[in-house]
Design a protein around this ligand. Structure first.
Ligand SMILES: *Cc1c(COP(=O)(O)O)cnc(C)c1O
Length: 392
């Protein structure tokens, strides 16, 4: 049997689309001017930068002047939450977030705790969603910032951001959301949702790595995080990652034009995969709400086996999947997201995240299901619980 290469880890990162690469190339060697320079080649770069800003703004329903490019989604998260908490420190020092955030946010919140801020980490139900009543009762007079992710990177669950924004607004609290996973997978309109700040990243939407953006609502005086030159309207110093930003713009333009088709196609593939796995492998379970979920995500527990071992067997067949977030997969600490959802530790260890995307085919999924059936059988035949389940 010929070995395929199957990539099912689109939530970790995505390949750069050909049109995105082509849009970027001239800005390496032809139009390489510094966007801050006044002569023509610099102004060409400036023009390209502003076109990209319009493209990203259009994808999220913002005005271009509310979009600030950063080095990553991680930088956008740090800037939003630290900047907002520090600028509001006179009013109070309490921040609310959730236990299921990406490490870019969780570790930023922990940093704030070390700096003397108080942080409340909201729990989630088995479905992976926060409870709005819990959010309301966590709010105190000193609460200045709420940060709740739009969509989760491990289980794909989509939080009720519009409702959270409304609660925050009523209480005069700033609301930030990490929408890195949601961008390009869910229609987003920052105005309709009433958001104050939102983080996004290019490499999760078929753009290049190392470029992100923070949406900051007009009129919100978020202090700069990076100090230096006057780039990005004096809010984010440092010569712009011009090629990366141009690529982000192109990727955003493509995502906007094809959003409904992408959602339909990717969710159909994901549903097909879940159906096949459920029909052919016993003792599995799907983690997280299936209703409020990203189109491409399937997080599955295979009982009685180690997810790491399964991941390695799939890799031998050329299939790339993840045991959770890319950041935690190098360690054996159980996923903080599944823990917060109340999944027992031994089940967490048997969980894998499959994420499909624009280049996934039905054949890729059939091949993966075949490999999964063989690999799960093999691992269960040597596991200690297999005897009592009657597999040996
Ligand atoms: C990938 C990811 C990030 C980090 O974005 P980078 O651009 O890789 O720094 C932050 N939050 C979520 C939810 C992510 O999936």
């Amino acid at each position: 049997m010929d070995k395929r290469k199957v990539y099912l880890d689109y939530s970790a990162t995505t390949p750069v689309k050909e049109e995105v690469l082509q849009a970027m190339l001239p800005y390496f060697t032809e139009s390489y001017g510094n966007p801050s320079s006044l002569y023509s080649i610099g102004q060409d770069s400036k023009q390209a930068l502003e076109t990209a800003r319009e493209q990203v703004a259009a994808l999220i329903g913002a005005s271009p002047r509310e979009v600030f490019f950063t080095s990553s989604g991680t930088e956008a998260d740090n800037w939003a939450v630290i900047g907002a908490a520090e600028s509001m420190a006179k009013k109070g020092g309490h921040v609310i977030t959730t236990a299921v955030e990406h490490h870019a946010l969780l570790h930023t919140a922990e940093y704030l705790e070390k700096r003397g801020f108080e942080v409340t980490y909201l729990g989630v139900g088995q479905d992976g969603l926060i409870r709005l009543e819990e959010l309301e009762s966590a709010i105190k007079a000193e609460t200045t910032v709420i940060s709740v992710m739009f969509a989760n990177n491990e289980v794909g669950t989509i939080q009720p951001v519009e409702e959270i924004a409304e609660i925050a607004k009523k209480r005069g609290i700033l609301f930030h959301t990490d929408a890195v996973q949601a961008l390009g997978n869910v229609p987003i309109d920052v105005k309709k949702l009433g958001l104050d700040m939102m983080s996004v990243s290019a490499h999760k939407i078929y753009g290049p790595k190392g470029v992100g953006a923070l949406y900051v609502r007009k009129g919100l005086a978020l202090p700069s995080f990076m100090h230096g030159g006057g780039q990005e309207g004096n809010r984010r110093a440092g010569t712009e990652n011009l090629t990366g930003i141009v690529g982000f713009g192109k990727a955003a333009e493509i995502a906007k034009a094809g959003l409904q088709g992408h959602i339909a196609r990717v969710s159909e593939l994901r549903d097909y995969f879940v159906k096949e796995v459920s029909a052919r492998i016993p003792d599995i379970r799907i983690n997280g709400s299936m209703e409020r979920r990203l189109p491409g995500n399937a997080n599955i527990t295979f009982e009685y086996i180690e997810g790491e071992a399964l991941l390695l067997l799939l890799d031998l067949d050329g299939i790339a999947v993840s045991t959770g977030s890319a950041c935690s997969s190098a360690s054996l600490t159980p996923s903080h997201v599944l823990s917060a959802m109340g999944v027992p530790v031994e089940m967490i260890h048997g969980s894998l995240r499959f994420t499909v995307g624009d280049f996934t085919t039905k054949e890729d999924l059939d091949y993966t299901v075949g490999s999964l059936v063989r690999s799960v059988e093999k691992l269960r035949s040597i596991s200690s619980v297999s005897k009592e389940k009657g597999w040996q």
